[in-house]
Write a protein that binds this ligand. Structure first.
Ligand code: UP6
Length: 298
C-alpha cells in the first residue's frame, strides 16, 4: 500500500498537537527539529530566529536558566549559608538545620524568555518541544510539568518521558497536559552508546504508548514500530558529517533513519556547532530530511 503523507496522517489522529505538527510539516515542507542546547538567552533566541523558517519543531533542552536568575540564586545561597551558620551557632543542639533542596520548584522565573520564545513561535510557525525527559512517579512529574520556575506545561506543546516508572508517569502528565491539548513522546530507544532502552524495554514502552493514545503522540526512537504506524517518530543522533562525539553520542544520517520510518530528524550541534552557519546548516538538513521523505513516498 502507498505510504500516507504527513498531511494525510494528520487528519486521523486523536491528539490536537500531533495533528498540528504533521500539518505544519506539510505546510513548511520540513521534517527538521532543531535541538537548541545553548546556555545563554541571547544565543537561544538568535538561533531560534535564524533557523525558524526551516524547522517544524524547536527542541528546548531543559530550559537554560538566564544568568540574572543564577546571580540571584547565588545571592540567595550566600544568604542561606549565613542563616545556616547563624542557626548552627545559636542552636548548637538543633541538628536539623534547613538545607536548600528542590531548587527547581522556586517560583521566581523571568518570564521574558518565554514571552520572546512565544513571539518567535508565532513569527515562524513551529512546535515547541521541551526535552525534559521526565522519569519519576506520576504525582512528582505532574508538579515538575506544571509548577516550579519553568511551568513547562504553559509553553511547551510537546514533552517527553521515560517509560521506566510505568503507566503512572503518563497518567500524571496527562492530567495536566491533555486539557491543554499537549502531547507526550515516550523514549522507546536512545541514540547513545550502551543505552538500556532496547529489546523488552522498548517493547513494553510501545505497549504503554498504545494504552494512552489520546496523549502519547509518538516516540523518541531510531525507527518506526510495526504495531503503531500512526504514532510520530522523532529521531535524535543525526549528522551529515560525523558518526559520534566524545561522550557516547552515535550519529546516523537523515536518510538512514527516514528509510527506517522516522518522521522527524532532531539535529543539534550539526546546525549550531562551532564554526557553523546555522542558516546554511538548517537549510542543508531540512533539504536532506525532506528529500529522503519524498523518496520514501514514491
Ligand atoms: N537526545 C539524544 N539522544 C537520545 C535522546 N535525546 O541525543 O536518545 C537529545 C540530546 C540533545 C539532542 O539531549 O539535545 O538530542 C542531540 O544533540 P546533538 O545533535 O547535538 O548530538
Amino acid at each position: 500500500t502507498k505510504l500516507k503523507t504527513y498531511g494525510e496522517r494528520a487528519t486521523s489522529l486523536p491528539n490536537k498537537t500531533a495533528q498540528e505538527l504533521l500539518t505544519l510539516m506539510e505546510r513548511k515542507k520540513s521534517n527538521l527539529a532543531v535541538a537548541l542546547d545553548v546556555t545563554t538567552k541571547q544565543e537561544f533566541l538568535d538561533i531560534a530566529d535564524k533557523v525558524g523558517p526551516y524547522i517544524c519543531c524547536l527542541k528546548v533542552s531543559h530550559m537554560q536558566i538566564p544568568s540574572s536568575i543564577i546571580d540571584s540564586l547565588k545571592c540567595l545561597r550566600i544568604y542561606l549559608d549565613v542563616i545556616n551558620i547563624w542557626l548552627q551557632e545559636s542552636l548548637k543542639d538543633y541538628r536539623r538545620v534547613p538545607k536548600m533542596t528542590h531548587i527547581d520548584i522556586l517560583e521566581d522565573f523571568d518570564q521574558d524568555l518565554i514571552d520572546k520564545l512565544k513571539k518567535l513561535q508565532k513569527k515562524h510557525d513551529f512546535i515547541i518541544f521541551e526535552d525534559r525527559k521526565f522519569a519519576d512517579i506520576g504525582n512528582t512529574v505532574k508538579h515538575q510539568y506544571s509548577k516550579g520556575i519553568y511551568k513547562i506545561a504553559e509553553w511547551a506543546d510537546i514533552v517527553d518521558a521515560h517509560a521506566i516508572p510505568g503507566d503512572g508517569i503518563i497518567t500524571g502528565l496527562k492530567e495536566i497536559g491533555l486539557p491543554l491539548n499537549r502531547g507526550l513522546l515516550l523514549l522507546a530507544e536512545m541514540s547513545s552508546k550502551g543505552n538500556l532502552a532496547t529489546g523488552a524495554y522498548t517493547e513494553a514502552t510501545i505497549e504503554m504508548a498504545k494504552r494512552h493514545k489520546d496523549f502519547v503522540i509518538g516516540f523518541i526512537s531510531g525507527k518506526k514500530f510495526n504495531s503503531c504506524d500512526e504514532l510520530i517518530i522523532m529521531t535524535p543522533g543525526i549528522s551529515l558529517d560525523i558518526s559520534n562525539d566524545d561522550l557516547g553520542q552515535q550519529y546516523k544520517t537523515p536518510r538512514n533513519v527516514i528509510e527506517n520510518g522516522s518522521d522527524i530528524i532532531i539535529v543539534g550541534r550539526g546546525i549550531y556547532g562551532k564554526g557553523k552557519d546555522a542558516v546554511v546548516e538548517a537549510q542543508r538538513y531540512r533539504n536532506a530530511g525532506w528529500e529522503a521523505y519524498l523518496e520514501k513516498l514514491e
